[in-house]
Design a protein around this ligand. Structure first.
Ligand SMILES: [Zn+2]
Length: 163
């Protein structure tokens, strides 16, 4: 895997705890663009899987047995408005920071409210990014401005002017 210059060429690459620890020791950084088509779970929630996700991941060492991963991702996602069923583009930006923990036992020892992911076997960096994008999606996607909704839905939902 190449770092600094781009996300892993094999976006499906698995990272073992040992790998993650090595990445942290080197303060490895990934940055680059991934095709939206690489994200199966996210893709199922979108109107179209065209486009890219730009993402950055930085590994660093926390206390013993803990790897810190900081990341950010940006994407323009094609969603379906649940008010008018028209398509629209939602820009999603997510910043996150999480701890990778080697085994459940450590969790009790750590406090703080940082998100934790237990690396029981292996993880995929791609999954971390995908999880964050999914969490950043609106629960019920709708056109941010009702004026952008298709005409019939607007007529139903816009209150009639008072006479
Ligand atoms: Zn709409």
């Amino acid at each position: 895997m190449a770092f600094e210059t781009g996300l892993p060429r094999d976006q499906r690459a698995w990272v073992s705890w040992h790998d993650a620890f090595e990445l942290a020791a080197r303060r490895a950084k990934f940055a680059g663009a991934l095709p939206l088509a690489a994200f199966d779970r996210l893709g199922a929630m979108l109107e179209s899987g065209d486009g890219e996700v730009s993402a950055r991941l930085t590994f660093s060492r926390g206390e013993e047995g803990v790897v810190q991963v900081a990341g950010e991702c940006h994407a323009a996602l094609a969603l379906v408005c649940q008010r008018c069923l028209g398509g629209f583009t939602q820009h999603v930006d997510a910043d996150f920071s999480m701890l990778l923990v080697d085994g459940e036992a450590l969790i009790d020892r750590l406090d703080g409210d940082e998100e934790m992911e237990v690396v029981s076997d292996r993880i995929r960096p791609l999954d971390l990014i995908e999880d964050e994008l999914i969490m950043a999606l609106p629960l019920v996607p709708v056109h941010p401005d009702i004026a952008d909704c298709d005409e019939p839905a607007r007529r139903v939902l816009t209150p009639a002017p008072e006479l």
